[in-house]
Design a protein around this ligand. Structure first.
Ligand SMILES: [Fe+2]
Length: 279
């Protein structure tokens, strides 16, 4: 699938060897890779920048989680690498298919792994746990964590899923609270505003389940789905991160205020606070 974009990167390894810092070296690789696409139109340039910034922020959040989990150096590096490269396939996806919609192009997590393998980024960086990074990336965009992961793979799948969600929530809440931000593909779903919650969504949220995209039919549904992501945060520190930044509160504030929605928000908030107390 990826083969027709041949020889995309021409980065001298010697240049990377001068960089001692692992993160800096990874960012240099990402930058060179992103810059290797030419003839981009304005929309693509903007979306490339958005995606690159997302990778860097997710890596920062993954680092925060690693510190809070007191991970050793090796696991911290794996978490950082998985975060930095988890959406590397997005650039190729947009360039090739002119969309970020996986249903119209292909699974962007698979594209990311294909590109990592082809460009040998992890080898260049001296990573000896490529398979762990790959499995974390492959599961980051799935509704549930893939089954049959070993303990290490599961740990990194959880870290990446949390870090990715937390950054998406931050970007979304900024968008919801500031009317002057231009929407991009991941912010605006172009759905009818709606005034009622879909039935399945209401049931899922009260059952403590993450809402599925297939059940989303209006802007309200989307926001309730985003509230339900709290059920899929794997670590106490991730929930703390979200609550400290009032991420769920900001989503709630952007919703029409009625008793049903207030009750749902209360449930979400209590769920988070209980998790922090008891975990
Ligand atoms: Fe992704």
């Amino acid at each position: 699938m990826y083969k027709d974009k041949a020889d995309i990167l021409h980065l001298p390894n010697i240049f990377l060897n001068f960089m001692e810092n692992y993160t800096e070296r990874s960012i240099a690789l990402i930058t060179a890779y992103v810059d290797s696409f030419n003839d981009l139109n304005e929309i693509h340039i903007r979306n490339f920048a958005i995606k690159k910034e997302h990778l860097l922020r997710v890596a920062e959040i993954a680092e925060f989680i690693s510190i809070r989990l007191e991970l050793n150096k090796s696991d911290s590096s794996i978490a950082k690498l998985a975060a930095l490269f988890h959406d590397i396939g997005r650039f190729w996806q947009l360039n090739k298919y002119n969309t970020f919609d996986d249903s119209k192009s292909g699974d962007h997590a698979e594209f990311s792994v294909e590109i990592l393998k082809r460009e040998k980024f992890l080898k260049i960086l001296g990573c000896d746990s490529e398979e762990v990074v790959f499995s974390a990336i492959l599961t980051h965009n799935k509704f549930k964590i893939t089954e049959n992961l070993n303990e290490k793979e599961l740990l990194h799948a959880k870290i990446l899923r949390d870090a990715d969600k937390l950054d998406i929530l931050e970007v979304l809440t900024r968008f919801y609270s500031q009317s002057n931000i231009k929407p991009n593909h991941s912010l605006a779903w172009e759905l009818p505003k709606g005034c009622n919650l879909s039935e399945n969504i209401e049931r899922d949220i009260w059952d403590g389940k993450v809402v599925q995209k297939k059940d989303v039919f209006s802007e309200i549904d989307v926001k309730i789905m985003q509230l339900s992501w709290i059920y899929d945060l794997n670590f106490k520190c991730s929930i703390e991160y979200a609550l400290k930044r009032n991420l769920f509160e900001k989503i709630y504030n952007s919703l029409p205020q009625n008793y049903k929605i207030t009750d749902i928000y209360r449930k979400i908030k209590e769920f988070g606070e209980n998790k922090i107390r008891t975990q």
